[in-house]
Each structure stands twice: as structure tokens, then as C-alpha cells.
Design a protein around this ligand. Structure first.
Ligand code: MRU
Length: 375
């Protein structure tokens, strides 16, 4: 992504000279500072990486996966013994439970590293983490191409601006580059299509209002931020041509787990005959799960409900309380949209009816997207 004339990914390795040695670190864009501050943070250890994931300095399922891979590489810098790698894996796996990309990346790194002798593991780890990051970029570009075809088909019936509604942030900030749900939007915009995005603010953390709006603005894509409850009204008015969302985990039966509030958008879309697309890289499909009840849904701190962060009129960033002191608050971070409400799943291999996701297993490269159990 182009930021201030410079090409950026959301995560990248740094090699710095220290005491005559080349020291590997990892740089990230601190997403808790956006949209008001552009801050790059350097991470030195697997603990720091796990903390960055937990605190959502890096977030979004594909980016969490890439971050976990680099976390394993950071761990191997100190010791690549079986015990140390296992401890690093446990530390990362405990950081955020819902996005399956995290487990996928950690398992892939473990397999790669333990297949070689200990002295070679560190080098293999950095190479594999870079490969996971590069693959994510290619996957998202392919999702962009397949999604573009859907948008072109929709636009063919409507000789006017195409309105797309999205929830949370499934753009380049949620991945290594390009994004999942926003990749087709960027592809359409770059191809000269007249597109406009309705951006759900996405309480409680406002990833839509702060991150999706920020990155669409950087790219020049027209957008309008709406409160989370506006989508149904806009659909009733014919102002939404399709909904595209990302996913944190998709069951092999096509149920889509994504940011809390996604399900309500899918219900409204179904009621109004609006196509509802989920943009899903295959590392986000959990082939082990057929029943959505088995997806672990992250419960986050109640303070995210009580408090809102933003920039005050005096220019300082501030956190303000919106609930009465002493209120109870519940904060489930994700919900599940049943497959029956999903029009199509846009993957890097093409678009699938949610009930036909299993067809991907015939073409997927098992070394890239390993299947770890019965399916
Ligand atoms: O809690 P977050 O901000 O990590 O949640 C992100 C989402 O729900 C995204 O829609 C999902 O990870 C897909 S990202 C391409």
C-alpha cells in the first residue's frame, strides 16, 4: 500500500547491525495509533509479538497469522530447541483465540522448523515467515481479481455508482497487503469502476471508522462512514448493491465467523435481496470444524464497551467513558453468519457457494494449507 509516496506492508523483517552481528527484528504499523498517528513499532521477542497481537497493534486474521509466523522466527533467535519453540507456540496461541490463521501459521512454522536440525532452524524460520507474508499478498490479489468479476457483473445491471457495504476492517491493514474484503474494491477502483463504500463504524473498537476509512481515503476510494445500525435502513432504500466482509474463521460447512455485527448485516441483506459475500483466504478455513458452535469466540475486556478512544477538539488523543460507572458490559468480539445467509465465498481459488467449500480441497496445496485432521 502506498503511504506518503512510499510502499508499505503492514509487517516486515528488519536486519540491524549490533555489536558486529546482524540482528533480526520485526517492524509493524501500530494500528492502535491510527488514524491520528502513524507509528511504526519494532518488536524483539515472541513475548512482544504476542502482546502486540493481544493489544491489537496488529490485528485482522491474515495479519495475525503472519505476525505469529514472525513471532516464531523471533523466538528461534534465542534458542530453537524443541522446548523453546513449543513455549513460543503456546505463548502465541494464547494471544487471540478466534482467528484460525494464528494456529495455521504456528503449526506450519513448527513443522518447518522441527524438520531440520536445531542450528538450521532460525534461518528456516525467517525464510518461512517471509514466505507466509508473500503468500498472503498473492492470495489477496487473487481474491481481488475474483471479487472484481462479481462487482463487474453487478455493475453491468446498474448503470450508476456501485455501493458496497463492509463491516470492520478487512482491508490491507488486516492483512500483509491488499486486504480480503477490500481487495475487490481496490481492484474495481483501480480498473476505473465507479465504486463507493459504506463503512460500518464497528463498535466497540471502531475498526471501520478508524482503519477502513483511513485506508480507503489513502487509496482515494469514495466512502461514507455510517453507524453500525444504519446498514438495514440503507438496504431498504436500495442504497447497497452488495455486502462484502472478511472472516476470522470459516467452518468447512461454510459458516462465517467475523467481527461482531456481521450476522445482523447478513440478516438485513437476506431480507432485502442484497448479495452477501465473504472474502476468505484458505488459511482462514478451519477444515477441522463443521459445527460453528465449536468456534472459540473471543470475549474482550468490558472496558472496550465502556470507553471510546479518539482525538479531542484540542488535538490530543483521549479515552472517554460512555456508560454510567458501575454498569455491567459484555464484549463478545465475533459472531457467526450461517452459510445459508452467505451468497458466495470469494477465495483465492475462485468463488464458491458456502456449501461447496470442500471442493477447494481438491486443488489446495497441502504444504501451503495443510489439513490436520479428518475432513
Ligand atoms: O478484532 P479484529 O480487528 O482483529 O477483527 C478483524 C475482523 O473481524 C476482520 O473482518 C477479519 O479478521 C478479516 S481480516 C481480512
Amino acid at each position: 500500500m502506498n503511504i506518503g509516496q512510499q510502499q508499505f506492508r503492514t509487517i516486515w523483517p528488519l536486519i540491524q547491525e549490533e555489536g558486529g552481528h546482524a540482528l533480526h527484528r520485526v517492524a509493524i504499523i501500530d494500528q492502535t495509533a491510527l488514524p491520528h498517528e502513524w507509528r511504526i513499532v519494532t518488536l524483539d521477542s515472541v513475548q512482544q509479538m504476542a502482546d502486540a497481537i493481544r493489544r491489537m497493534q496488529v490485528r485482522g486474521a491474515p495479519l495475525i497469522g503472519a505476525a505469529a509466523a514472525y513471532g516464531m522466527a523471533l523466538a528461534s533467535r534465542h534458542s530453537a530447541s524443541d522446548g523453546n519453540l513449543q513455549a513460543a507456540a503456546s505463548c502465541l496461541l494464547a494471544s487471540r483465540p478466534t482467528a484460525v490463521n494464528l494456529r495455521w501459521a504456528v503449526e506450519r512454522m513448527m513443522r518447518k522448523m522441527t524438520a531440520v536440525a536445531e542450528p538450521l532452524r532460525c534461518e528456516h524460520a525467517w525464510r518461512e515467515a517471509a514466505q507466509i507474508a508473500d503468500e498472503d499478498v498473492r492470495i489477496n490479489q487473487a481474491i481481488g481479481r475474483h471479487g472484481l468479476a462479481l462487482l463487474q457483473a453487478l455493475a453491468a445491471d446498474r448503470p450508476r455508482r456501485l455501493n458496497i457495504l463492509t463491516h470492520c476492517n478487512a482491508g490491507w491493514l488486516a492483512t500483509v497487503d491488499w486486504g480480503t474484503a477490500l481487495a475487490p474494491v481496490y481492484a474495481a477502483f483501480d480498473a476505473g469502476m465507479d465504486v463507493h463504500v459504506w463503512v460500518d463504524e464497528t463498535r466497540p473498537r471502531n475498526q471501520g471508522a478508524s482503519l477502513t476509512a483511513w485506508e480507503l481515503q489513502r487509496h482515494g476510494v469514495p466512502y461514507t462512514v455510517v453507524c453500525d445500525n444504519a446498514g438495514g435502513r440503507l438496504m431498504q432504500q436500495g442504497k447497497v448493491d452488495c455486502v462484502i466482509v472478511g472472516a476470522d474463521r470459516v467452518t468447512r460447512t461454510g459458516d462465517v465467523c467475523n467481527k461482531i455485527g456481521t450476522y445482523l448485516k447478513a440478516l438485513a441483506a437476506a431480507d432485502n435481496g442484497v448479495p452477501f459475500y465473504a472474502a476468505v483466504p484458505t488459511p482462514t478455513i478451519d477444515w477441522q470444524i463443521a459445527d460453528a458452535k465449536d468456534i472459540p469466540i473471543e470475549e474482550r475486556d468490558a472496558d472496550e464497551i465502556h470507553m471510546v478512544a479518539g482525538r479531542a477538539e484540542n488535538g490530543c488523543t483521549a479515552r472517554v467513558r460512555v456508560t454510567p460507572e458501575g454498569s455491567a458490559a459484555a464484549n463478545p468480539a465475533f459472531d457467526v453468519t450461517p452459510a445459508r445467509l452467505v451468497t458466495s465465498v470469494i477465495t483465492e481459488h475462485g468463488c464458491y457457494a458456502p456449501g461447496r467449500l470442500g471442493d477447494i480441497l481438491q486443488i489446495v496445496d497441502a504444504t501451503i494449507n495443510p489439513i490436520t485432521s479428518n475432513h
